[in-house]
Design a protein around this ligand. Structure first.
Ligand code: UTP
Length: 226
């Protein structure tokens, strides 16, 4: 039976000081080599491209709504860059989850970025998962899982291999006080996961072997929220 997995691909994996072609190739080959009965929705973040533009424009006094629009454009550039490495994927980046859901009936790989101001691509990925009935979302990100506390500040912090939605939400709330780039997932996305019972893998996306293992059901390597 056909199954769809949604991946939120952290922008920092794709867009570093330049575009990380080596990573994009590696990630694409994991997807292309996955079992043929699997389809994917991939939502790409903005990474350094978004960050440099947003920082410069914020310093110049540009308002937050426009900064979000700038970020969204960056995510769409990264999405288009990724889709050009995947056969059987859309080459026009959808601007809404609706449109992406329609494309997912045509293509094996549906690639998109952000949609509108006020949230991040984690939320877009979760909305897409909910919309197309995917019951697994992989958050391939810059942290390697969910910790009981911020491991950079608290040496007693432990990584949780399994946790429930409410615990994840509680940790995300406490992390979001003074948030930096290392929050494991956005709060809205977690609330959507909870209401639709979507299983979430939080994994260090820089290690594509871990992503492949999750896709193949042969390992976890991060944290599972369910
Ligand atoms: P990201 O989803 O990459 O944000 O979108 P992030 O989580 O802050 O960054 P990384 O990927 O983990 O490093 C980049 C920016 O684009 C805007 C926001 O300003 C966000 O910070 N954005 C993105 C939106 O406003 N709406 C969207 O749907 C997506």
């Amino acid at each position: 039976m056909e199954k769809t997995i949604v991946i939120s691909l952290g922008g920092s994996l794709v867009s570093t000081d330049s575009l990380n072609i080596k990573y994009i190739q590696e990630f694409s080959s994991v997807l292309s080599g996955s079992p043929q009965n699997l389809k994917f929705g991939i939502v790409v973040g903005g990474g350094m491209l978004a960050r440099t533009y947003i920082r410069a424009l914020r310093d110049a006094g540009v308002n937050d709504n426009i900064l979000d629009e700038i970020g969204i454009n960056a995510t769409r550039m990264n999405a288009l860059a990724l889709s050009s490495f995947l056969d059987d994927s859309n080459s026009k980046i959808p601007t809404t989850v609706n449109e992406a859901a329609e494309l997912s009936r045509i293509y094996r790989f549906t690639v998109m970025g952000g949609t509108e101001p006020g949230h991040t691509t984690d939320t877009v990925a979760m909305l897409l998962a909910e919309r197309i009935g995917a019951n697994v979302m992989i958050n391939a990100t810059s942290v390697d899982g969910v910790y009981t506390a911020d491991p950079r500040k608290d040496s007693s912090a432990r990584k949780l291999e399994n946790l429930d939605y409410d615990s994840a939400i509680r940790i995300a709330i406490s992390e979001s006080v003074g948030a930096g780039p290392n929050v494991f997932m956005d709060l809205t996305a977690l609330n959507i996961a909870k209401r639709s019972r979507i299983k979430v893998h939080v994994v260090d996306g820089s290690n594509t072997v871990l992503i492949r293992n999750i896709i193949n059901g042969t390992g976890n390597g991060g944290s599972i929220i369910s």
